[in-house]
Design a protein around this ligand. Structure first.
Ligand code: FAD
Length: 432
């Protein structure tokens, strides 16, 4: 009999998993990917603009493994970033408060990621989610929207199957019996909690003293005339600047200020999505009231303030609650050969390494490879599944711990070391 798999969560990791399992002969029943989509939440963003993320070889390889055409479409619709662009702190004699859009005295410095022209790619989250969702639907896998998983009963009626219970609306619940559950239900995963109560799974959830707010830098033709007609903000490497972008699109822009920082990644339409990361104390002292927010940006990020605009800055920072950041670490990722967790549900990490989703997509590739390896001799049975779960849990753990650590450590790298390194490099060059 064809085994039935249920994937919980219709985010990018869930959709890729559903596609991969269906290719391997699992019946992906109605509602394989149950849940609210990340597309729906993205489209509710007050700006209705594309929030982006960096996709690297790790994520692209996983997409290619399941569906090469999706990997190609993602690449075709992304903006390559060949290095970081450091926006140094303005010098004391700048006059950032004067709204003349003049020289902000901000020096920019390009730091290439490699000597071979390697790049990470800025892509719209909405586009990536939509490509995966469309392909999931095209392959005949039904996505059941607004099916919130409530409860899991493992070894249902003494079998190797599990019972899932979903809440559809306040009055209606739906139940389903399946052979395999893959929890791709994000940071606050229900499947992780169900596995945790059932097994010895060790889980650590940590929040860090850093909040973030997203800001929009418009395309050049949406900027005020004085800025629009400048080539770019002072110091940008002009040869790379495409006409529609206000700053160089082929760099990941960083304004490193030690215990806080601003970053910006280009979107295909000429705009940038910028993110400020700062501890609670900075939000409390500077980023609550409109004037102190403008003054803070004028002092710390005058070039970015020019591009964002004061009114938009106040709207995006003071009128919205900043979002928290946290991590999840687990030891062992499965229960009874019946359920396993992938993506953020297994290893949510802080975003400073730009690898959370890349790593989640890689989970899918490795998990599918292990299922293939185990089923080569054995066909798809409960025992194949269980062996693949065990192999995955054992072999993947060290890598997941390492990437979680690297993500945390990269805050220091982006907010401080990038400046120290350039300082050291200049010192070295000065000696010649
Ligand atoms: P999610 O995208 O969270 O999807 C989970 C899904 O499960 C959702 O559809 C949800 O509705 C559903 N769900 C939840 N609970 C239930 C339930 N009870 N029942 C049914 N369904 C449920 N990563 C990168 O690789 N590169 C980057 O540049 C990058 N930048 C980032 C910047 C920021 C500011 C942040 C916060 C994160 C960033 N990340 C980045 C990380 C990335 O966003 C996540 O790793 C990724 O979205 C996780 O995907 P996922 O599919 O595992 O989970």
């Amino acid at each position: 009999m064809t085994p039935k798999a249920a994937v919980i969560g219709a985010g990018p990791v869930g959709c890729l998993t559903a596609l991969g399992l269906q290719q391997r002969g699992y019946e992906v029943p109605n509602g394989t990917a149950n849940g609210q989509s990340s597309v729906a939440s993205s489209s509710k963003h007050p700006l209705s603009r594309s929030i982006n993320l960096a996709i690297s070889v790790r994520g692209l390889t996983a997409l290619e493994f399941v569906d090469p055409s999706i990997a190609q479409m993602v690449l075709d619709n992304s903006v390559p970033m060949y290095g970081r662009m450091i926006h140094h702190k303005p010098s004391q004699d700048s006059r950032p408060h004067e709204k003349n859009f003049g020289d902000t005295n901000v020096k920019q410095e390009s730091q290439a990621y490699s000597t071979r022209g390697d790049a990470i790619n800025s892509v719209s989250r909405l586009l990536l989610s939509r490509l995966l969702l469309d392909e999931t639907v095209n392959q005949g896998i039904e996505i059941r929207w607004a099916h919130r998983l409530q409860d899991v009963q493992f070894s249902y009626k003494g079998t190797e199957k599990s019972l899932l219970r979903f809440e559809v609306d306040k009055e209606r619940q739906v139940e389903e019996v399946v052979d395999m559950i893959v929890g791709c239900d994000g940071h606050h995963s229900r499947i992780r909690k169900a596995i945790q109560t059932e097994t010895e799974m060790n889980v650590t959830e940590t929040s860090i003293d850093n909040l973030y707010s997203e800001l929009h830098i418009p395309a050049k033709d949406e900027l005020p005339p004085l800025l629009r007609h400048r080539d770019a903000v002072e110091g940008t490497s002009h040869k790379l600047v495409n006409g529609k972008y206000a700053i160089d699109p082929n760099h990941l822009h960083i304004w490193p200020r030690h215990d806080f920082m601003l970053i910006a990644l280009a979107n295909k339409d000429g705009s940038f999505t910028s993110t400020i990361f700062a501890p609670q104390r900075i939000y409390d002292n500077y980023l609550r009231e409109p004037q102190s927010t403008i003054d803070f940006f004028a002092n710390q990020f005058p070039d970015a303030l020019q591009l964002i605009g004061e009114e938009a800055l106040v709207q995006q920072i003071c009128d919205r609650k900043p979002s928290p950041l946290g991590m999840v670490r687990c030891q062992s990722y499965h229960a009874h050969g019946q359920a396993i967790i992938l993506g953020d549900s297994a290893h949510a990490m802080v975003p400073f390494y730009g690898q959370g989703l890349n790593c989640g997509l890689e989970d899918v590739r490795i998990f599918l490879e292990m299922l293939d390896e185990q089923s080569r001799s054995d066909k798809l049975t409960h025992s194949t599944q269980e062996k693949a779960f065990q192999q995955y849990s054992q072999s993947r753990h060290a890598d997941l711990m390492a990437i979680n650590d690297l993500a945390l450590a990269n805050f220091e790298e982006m907010s401080s070391n990038v400046v120290r390194k350039s300082y050291l490099l200049r010192k070295k060059l000065d000696t010649f």
